[in-house]
Design a protein around this ligand. Structure first.
Ligand SMILES: [Zn+2]
Length: 340
C-alpha cells in the first residue's frame, strides 16, 4: 500500500530536497528554523520532512516508504493544507492533535478562561514540548516537534526553549516555523540551522497558478499585486482579493481628498474581518508610490519618509490586530497618516 500525498509546489520541493540532502549527509541539525513569507507553504514542507524522518523503513533514497506504521499514522492526519492559512481569530488547523505519537504540533491554543485563541505561545506549551523531546519515541524511530508560528512564543517562554536547544539528542527534531525570524531572540536563532522558502521565479509561479485554475490576465494581475508571491496571488485570484485591493486604493484616494475620515473608514475596514488583508494592500500602496517616485527620478527626502512611515504603520497595525488592542482604533491610527 502506498499513500499518495499532494505534490509539493516547486519552491517547496527545492527546500525539501536541500533538507533531504543534509539529512542524507548526516549534517541536518537537531533544531531548524524554517523561514519564508506567510502562505508560501512552510507547514507543508515541515510535514513532508516529518514524514521522511519518522518513516520506519525508508526507501533507498531516504524517501518515506508510505507503507510502514509511521507512514500510515502520518497519512491518517485529518488534513494537509498545501498552503498556510494563518489564523486571524480562529485557528484554522487542528494544532496539538496528531494521530502520530512521535509528531507534536505547537501553535495557538484556545485560552480556557476566555474561550478565545491566545495571541501568543505560552510557557506551559514550551515546557510540554521540551518534555516531549526527552521522551523515547513510541514507534522506535525519530521524534518531531513543529512550532508554528515560532515568533509568537512569548519572551519568558524563550528561556525555557533555550534549554531544550542546548541539549540536543539524536533522532529528536525541533522545527521552528516563522515568517518573521528577526523577531526571534538572537540566542534562539544562533542555535538553529536555517531552511528557507523563497519566492519562485515569475514563470514558475504563473505555471503553478495555471495548474490551480488561474490563467491569463487575472493570474498576472494577482501575481503582480502580490509582488511575485504565488500563495497570496492564489488567494486573491480565488476570492475577492483583487476587488478588495481596488477598493483600498479608492479609500486612500478618498482620504487624500478629504472625502472620508480615518475613523469612519476604520469602522468599515474592521467590520467584516478583512482589516488584515486591507492593511496588506495599504502597505503595498505605499510601496508602489515609492517605486513610482524612484521611477520618475524624484528624490524628495520628506516625501520618501512619509511613504516609509505609512508603509511601516500599515504593517505594524497588521501585527497589532493579533493583540488585544481595539482593532478600529489601531486602523484609524494607520489611516490618519494618509490624510492630506
Ligand atoms: Zn514509512
Amino acid at each position: 500500500m502506498s499513500l499518495r500525498l499532494p505534490a509539493l509546489a516547486p519552491w517547496q520541493q527545492r527546500a525539501y530536497e536541500h533538507a533531504a540532502a543534509a539529512l542524507a549527509g548526516g549534517h541536518f541539525g537537531h533544531a531548524t528554523l524554517i523561514v519564508g513569507p506567510a502562505r508560501l507553504g512552510k507547514r507543508a514542507l515541515a510535514e513532508r520532512l516529518a514524514r521522511r524522518v519518522l518513516c520506519l523503513s525508508p526507501q533507498a533514497d531516504g524517501e518515506a516508504c508510505g507503507a510502514c506504521k509511521s507512514c500510515v499514522l502520518f497519512a491518517s492526519r485529518s488534513q494537509y493544507e498545501p498552503l498556510e492559512t494563518r489564523p486571524d481569530g480562529t485557528p484554522s488547523h487542528p494544532w496539538g492533535h496528531s494521530a502520530h505519537p512521535d509528531l507534536k504540533f505547537v501553535g495557538y491554543e484556545i485560552n480556557q478562561k476566555t474561550g478565545k485563541p491566545r495571541s501568543e505561545l505560552v510557557i506551559e506549551q514550551v515546557r510540554a514540548l521540551s518534555e516531549a523531546m526527552t521522551l523515547t519515541p513510541q514507534l522506535g524511530g525519530a521524534q518531531v516537534v513543529i512550532v508554528d508560528p515560532a515568533d509568537a512564543i512569548n519572551y519568558s517562554a524563550f528561556n525555557a526553549l533555550l534549554k531544550t536547544l542546548e541539549e540536543p539528542q539524536p533522532g529528536r527534531y525541533l522545527w521552528l516555523l516563522s515568517a518573521t525570524p528577526a523577531r526571534l531572540p538572537a540566542t534562539i536563532r544562533s542555535r538553529c540551522q536555517r531552511l528557507e522558502l523563497r519566492l519562485p521565479p515569475r514563470d514558475e509561479a504563473l505555471h503553478w497558478l495555471a495548474a490551480r485554475g488561474h490563467r491569463g490576465e487575472l493570474a498576472r494581475e494577482a501575481l503582480d499585486a502580490a509582488r511575485g508571491h504565488p500563495g497570496l496571488a492564489d488567494a486573491w485570484a480565488s476570492g475577492d482579493g483583487l476587488a478588495l485591493r481596488r477598493a483600498v486604493a479608492q479609500d486612500v484616494q478618498a482620504l487624500q481628498r478629504g472625502q472620508a475620515a480615518p475613523a469612519e473608514l476604520a469602522q468599515r475596514w474592521v467590520a467584516d474581518g478583512r482589516a488584515e488583508d486591507r492593511l496588506r494592500h495599504l502597505a503595498d500602496h505605499a510601496l508602489q508610490e515609492m517605486a513610482l517616485q524612484v521611477a520618475a527620478g524624484l528624490t524628495d527626502p520628506a516625501r520618501t519618509r512619509t511613504l516609509a512611515a505609512r508603509f511601516d504603520a500599515a504593517n505594524r497595525t497588521r501585527d497589532l490586530l493579533r493583540s488585544t488592542v481595539r482593532a478600529d482604533l489601531a486602523v484609524t491610527e494607520a489611516l490618519s497618516g494618509w490624510c492630506a
